[in-house]
Design a protein around this ligand. Structure first.
Ligand code: SF4
Length: 114
């Protein structure tokens, strides 16, 4: 069974513009009180930000994933830069051969530096 907090986070992160809290609980199939608890946990853990928002005169919140600064070393497998930087391919992560090759390279580098 999927943890509802993980499910909520996944849904929020899947929307680059964010999602309204009033839509999130409907999409998750939970009631608004349970959704509020999930959102509070994600906010307390610093994973999302919650911004006041009015829709049709009704107050709700816009939920967005927090942008984390990237550690540049995490973009390298040895001296090979992750292929996503500057990528113009149609992105289907699960089927991406350049990314698979890069991850394979990363596994080799990590194995040889252990
Ligand atoms: S996963 Fe593949 S297709 Fe998607 S951005 Fe990265 S390199 Fe490009």
């Amino acid at each position: 069974m999927i943890d509802p907090v993980d499910e909520g986070l996944k849904l929020i992160l899947s929307r680059s513009e964010g999602i309204l809290q009033s839509e999130l609980w409907k999409e998750m199939g939970v009631d608004s009180r349970k959704c509020s608890r999930i959102v509070k946990k994600l906010e307390d853990d610093g994973l999302i930000e919650r911004v006041e928002f009015k829709k049709d005169g009704i107050k709700t919140f816009l939920l967005r994933g927090k942008r984390m600064p990237v550690n540049p070393s995490q973009l390298l497998a040895g001296d090979e830069l992750i292929p996503c930087v500057g990528c113009e391919l149609e992105c289907i992560v699960e089927e991406c051969q350049p990314l698979m090759d890069w991850m394979y390279q990363l596994a080799i580098v990590e194995h040889t530096t252990e």
